[in-house]
Design a protein around this ligand. Structure first.
Ligand code: NAD
Length: 354
């Protein structure tokens, strides 16, 4: 435990459990609102429309064009829909893409947000908004961005395909692993990180075996909530920066990139942060990167950057980019070290602790 630490509790009301989707109406009223715009991706349009219908007069419309990386053009269309409908709050039903749209609206007009989270990405409990314009992704942090109310109804995750459950779950676990060695880690976020890892480690194999396992779905959503709080509370390092670099430069898919890189970034940093990572090491073994790789393999996660379409030349470009803007990391981030890490991840090899 650090001798001195700072812990900022993030205000957010969380309603958890099977059937809690039914609580959206009372949560809109609890925020003093009565005219919700319901948001989703095109894929989850039926969910948004069903919820709007259930809300009756409390819903003034749906906007179902949310897209990955929150393109500003989509946000502008959604803002126009919000104004045209004279909405006074947003209800986002979905994963990070839909939640990002709700946050982007709230950042512009301070709309109260209710989120019904349906993946394990964790965006619903952070004050972080990443948005893209003219091919460039930028990130903003602001108190207005953090949703006021989050509903975790595991019933809505029963339809999350197994492959997405696996990659999204590993995305959540990456928040926890990096949170443990964060420069501003504190005993409370570290407790949440280890408990989040424990819950996901137990839940994901059971979801792979039986996607309808209600207890496993509940446990995974619980773990993802805790990992999301960690993401929103402390600074992220090598792993998140590398994923951001690959996503920004080569448009690699978000959750898959996290899933593939996690064992490698953990292996890179573990020798310099074994004390901080002790809770994760207890769960995955002393060779943390290798243990995470074995776990990812056992649940059928993608293992190779090659499968995302990256070439060896791309790796060299990414390694160069990764050392351009220094940030705090347990271990020095060198071009050769990163190229080595990316080369093993490209081949899908088990990481080697060095
Ligand atoms: P996503 O929201 O893009 O969802 C992927 C697809 O799965 C979409 O078509 C979605 O509609 C569908 N889907 C979601 N839940 C489903 C369910 N239960 N059943 C069936 N289909 C479902 O994926 P994601 O990984 O949750 O989010 C990725 C985005 O979130 C990225 O843009 C990333 O940058 C952002 N993100 C932001 C933060 C933050 O704190 N700002 C944190 C994590 C992720």
């Amino acid at each position: 435990m650090p001798d001195i630490f700072i812990y900022n509790a993030s205000p957010c009301r969380v309603i958890f459990g099977s059937g809690t989707l039914a609580k959206v109406a009372e949560e809109i009223a609890a925020l003093g609102c009565s005219r919700a715009l319901v948001l989703s991706t095109p894929f989850q349009k039926p969910d948004a429309e069903m919820l709007a219908e259930r809300l009756g007069n409390l819903a003034v419309g749906t906007f179902t064009e949310a897209a990955m990386h929150t393109p500003v053009g989509v946000t502008e269309k959604a803002m126009a829909a919000y104004t045209a409908a004279d909405a006074d709050c947003v209800v986002a039903v979905g994963g990070g893409s839909t939640i990002g749209l709700g946050k982007a609206i709230a950042w512009r007009n301070d709309a109260p947000q209710i989120v019904v989270a349906t993946t394990y990405a964790g965006s619903e409990v952070t004050d972080i908004l990443g948005q893209t314009e003219n091919g460039k992704k930028s990130t903003v942090r602001d108190a207005r961005i953090r949703p006021e109310t989050v509903i975790y109804d595991p019933d809505l995750t029963l339809g999350l395909p197994v492959a997405m459950s696996v990659t999204s779950g590993l995305n959540a676990m990456a928040h926890a692993v990096e949170g443990l060695y964060a420069p501003d880690a504190n005993p409370v976020t570290s407790l949440m990180a280890v408990e989040g890892l424990r819950a996901l480690k137990s839940a994901l194999p059971r979801i792979v075996e039986d996607p309808d396992n209600a207890d496993a779905r509940s446990s995974a959503l619980y773990g993802s909530w805790l990992c999301g709080i960690v993401l929103g509370s402390v600074a992220m390092s090598l792993h998140h920066k590398l994923c951001h670099t690959l996503g920004g430069a080569f448009d690699t898919p978000h959750a898959e990139t996290h899933a593939i890189l996690l064992p490698h970034t953990a292996a890179y940093n573990a020798p310099a942060a074994s004390q901080q990572l002790s809770g994760a090491i207890e769960l995955f073994g002393g060779d943390l990167g290798g243990g995470l790789h074995d776990f990812a393999r056992s649940i059928g996660a993608p293992l190779s950057l090659r499968d995302l379409g990256l070439t060896p030349k791309d790796l060299a470009v990414a390694a160069e980019m990764a050392v351009q803007n220094p940030y705090r990391n347990p271990r020095e981030v060198t071009r050769d070290g990163i190229l080595n890490l990316l080369t093993r991840a490209h081949a899908g090899h088990r990481p080697i602790a060095t």
